[in-house]
Design a protein around this ligand. Structure first.
Ligand code: SAH
Length: 464
């Protein structure tokens, strides 16, 4: 190990920074998080530094004596001779030194930091490949929730109580694993500190270590796994059991924790493989058995997703749950085909409408839907498409209004049909699409010709 990691307490200690430009600013911004006192020496010092209350600025050249009594010296100038002089002086005085971007002159180097205070992660490539260290940091930043620090604080408050409760180290570890990966942690991430603390307290009082279950109602987006949220991915990776349906792509299902039990509750348009009431009941029972239950829904769970119905029973029984929004099909399909849903010139509003009503009829407010200057998006509209076109025309929308039909938007099987209200029914009869499909009606559709982008071009796009 060329560099040994140590976490340093700099509170109230003096640190010298030589240099007053951009590089110095970046280092000072980092260092000041430690509560240290910073002495800055440079002939010119930027206002960004001079205005900081923790900085004691000296407008002059560096002198050897500046390093005396310092806890750390940082040389942040672009002058090789100055950096060399600072490094030599610090070493002679036995003070640790860092010279920015010059590993040869450094006793200590700055790691890339993931800051979830009091949880701090430092990553270094020992100066060999800083870009690699930064990209690992970016990965960690995206997978460690921002409120991890709060979890660490909570754990620290209960540390002694847990020690007293469990004599054996193994028991303590088991207890903490359950707490830090379970419902208590989820309460913290969702900002429910009080509930987290109460539950932790309750768990501590139990004779046996156990955990209560929870349901995660998660929007999985329209298909492309890159469109998942960080939160969705985290919950997918800690679920004990997952209930999914036809709209969730295989690529997304692959990201669910490998040993999670998988229950298909698939839904086709005409056939409900598992009746809704049974799904609701299953979610309840699994959570009551103490499981972390992931209910993975296509798109957004609260947009034509029956999300409200699925958590209603849980709410009634006091089972904890959380809902994670997803990118809805309208957003996904529109972006991936270059069709902006609103546009200052063409559409000042957008409506999401279901093309499939509970009783099979298509009794919609057609006069409103036919009004100009708006985009209308139909979910579940493939079967009703001829009727949708006819009704819109009957109620006053121009027959040459552009309409798009997107098949399996955002997936490698994405396909696009573009026509007018008058011509679309014939077009799809000649070349029938496969579900799921989304229908977009409005002038904005014509923009796709100019706005389709690389992401859309990689999928086969049919334009007629
Ligand atoms: N909750 C989902 C919608 C569920 S309703 C969401 O927010 O997206 C099911 C309908 O969504 C389908 O009939 C289809 O109209 C639409 N849909 C979902 N995913 C789609 C996709 N990848 N491409 C096209 N349409 C999609």
């Amino acid at each position: 190990m060329q560099y040994f990691p140590l976490f340093h307490r700099f509170q109230d200690k003096p640190i010298l920074v030589v240099g007053g430009g951009d590089i110095a600013v970046r280092k000072i911004n980092l260092l000041q998080r430690s509560g240290c006192k910073i002495k800055v020496v440079a002939p010119e010092i930027s206002d960004g530094i001079a205005s900081k209350p923790q900085c004691d600025c000296h407008y002059r050249r560096f002198e050897r004596e500046d390093v005396q009594g310092m806890a750390l010296v940082v040389s942040a100038t672009d002058k090789t001779e100055v950096n060399q002089l600072v490094a030599d002086s610090a070493r002679a005085a036995g003070v640790l030194v860092n010279v920015v971007d010059t590993p040869d002159l450094c006793d200590v180097i700055f790691p890339s930091i993931v800051d979830r205070d009091p949880l701090i992660i430092g990553i270094t490539s020992s100066g060999q490949a800083p870009v690699l260290a930064r990209s690992i940091r970016a990965k960690l930043e995206s997978t460690i929730p921002a409120s991890y620090g709060h979890l660490a604080q909570l754990a620290s408050r209960f540390r002694n109580a847990v020690k007293q409760r469990f004599d054996r180290l193994d028991d303590r570890r088991y207890f903490w694993e359950k707490i830090l990966n379970g419902t208590v942690a989820e309460h913290v991430y969702s900002g429910r500190m009080e509930q987290a603390e109460k539950l932790l307290e309750a768990e501590l009082q139990r004779a046996e270590v156990s955990h209560t279950g929870e349901v995660y109602l998660v929007g999985a987006g329209p298909g492309d796994p890159d469109l998942l949220t960080f939160k969705a991915l985290r919950l997918m990776q800690q679920a004990d059991v997952v209930l999914y349906d036809r709209l969730v792509s295989d690529a997304i299902l692959d990201l669910v924790r490998r040993d999670a039990e998988r229950l298909y509750v698939g839904k086709q348009r005409s056939e409900h493989a598992v009746p809704q009431a049974d799904i609701n009941q299953t979610l309840l029972e699994l959570a009551q058995q103490g499981k972390r239950v992931l209910r993975l829904k296509g798109g957004d769970p609260f947009i034509f997703g029956r999300g409200g119905e699925e958590i209603d029973l849980l709410a009634e029984h006091g089972v904890p749950f959380q809902v994670v929004p997803g990118i809805t099909a309208a957003s996904g399909c529109a972006c991936y085909t270059g069709i902006p849903l609103t546009h200052r010139d063409y559409a000042q509003s957008v409506r999401f409408v279901t093309g499939h009503l509970k009783d099979g009829s298509l009794d919609l407010p057609w006069t409103e839907l036919a009004s100009k200057q708006q985009t209308v998006v139909f979910y579940m509209g493939l079967m009703g498409l001829p009727k949708i076109c006819t009704k819109l025309i009957q109620h006053g929308r121009a027959p040459d209004t552009p309409i798009a039909l997107v098949q399996k938007g955002t997936t490698p099987d994405q396909r696009l049909w573009v026509a007018t209200l008058a011509t679309m029914p014939d077009l799809i009869q000649q070349d029938p699409p496969r579900a799921p499909t989304l229908i977009i009606v409005g002038e904005v559709v014509s923009l796709h010709e100019r706005l389709q982008w690389a992401g859309t071009a990689t999928h086969p796009v049919i334009d007629t």
